[in-house]
Design a protein around this ligand. Structure first.
Ligand code: SF4
Length: 204
């Protein structure tokens, strides 16, 4: 059975796809096979029914939240994400999506945040850089520098929709750049977080 659901910390994680519109230099997929002892390369993208069957094997009341955080970009499987998130909300489970914020470009839509609002409680968006140029230099979006602006617009939309919105950077970018990113986050009305980078030496 491939690992589309796994435990990590005090949450249950959902791995919907290995597809991504970015190819970040620091991506964990460049040097690890998974997280928390679970191998996360998928043979195929699971259907909503398969993910729900798998989730049904767990006592979901034990977890603080359910987090969509693939070994890839969860909004590349946007339909399945919304369906599974709705299934979780029906069971009173708190939901979060960790995302690169490019859902609108990926899915050819303009209202990703509005579609997420009924079933997603919080989003964590990887900001990664303070300008489109710097972002593209490390994240290599298939959309070029447009990917950065789409991510900023998505963050603003999520804040506007009342979704708890955190933007984050990894702690490798230097103090000045962290502060520049903090100002970008504040200008969008989002919370800001600096997260530790996962290194090749750490156990998974
Ligand atoms: S957006 Fe996330 S999954 Fe995609 S390449 Fe970057 S770090 Fe990896």
């Amino acid at each position: 059975m491939q690992n589309c659901v796994y435990e990590f910390g005090d949450s249950i994680y959902i791995n919907l796809t290995n597809a991504c519109s970015n190819s970040c230099d620091f991506c964990i997929r460049n040097f690890k096979e998974g997280v928390g002892g679970s191998e996360l390369w998928l043979e195929y993208d699971p259907s909503a029914a398969e993910v729900e069957d798998e989730l049904g094997k767990y006592d979901l009341s034990r977890y603080r939240s359910a987090v969509f955080c693939g070994f890839g970009e969860p909004t590349c499987a946007f339909g399945v994400l919304l369906e599974v998130a709705g299934w979780l909300k029906e069971r009173g489970i708190r939901t979060r999506v960790n995302t690169n914020g490019q859902a609108n470009l990926i899915n050819g839509i303009t209202d990703a945040a509005a579609r997420m609002r009924p079933v997603i409680d919080s989003v964590s968006v990887s900001l990664n850089a303070s300008t489109a140029e710097k972002y593209q230099a490390v994240c290599h979006s298939v959309y070029g520098e447009e990917g950065y602006q789409a991510m900023l617009d998505f963050v603003e939309d999520c804040v506007h929709e009342g979704i708890e919105t955190v933007v984050s950077v990894v702690d490798l970018i230097g103090e000045q750049e962290v502060e520049a990113c903090r100002r970008v986050a504040e200008s969008l009305g989002a919370e800001f977080r600096v997260r530790p980078a996962i290194t090749a030496d750490e156990e998974y």
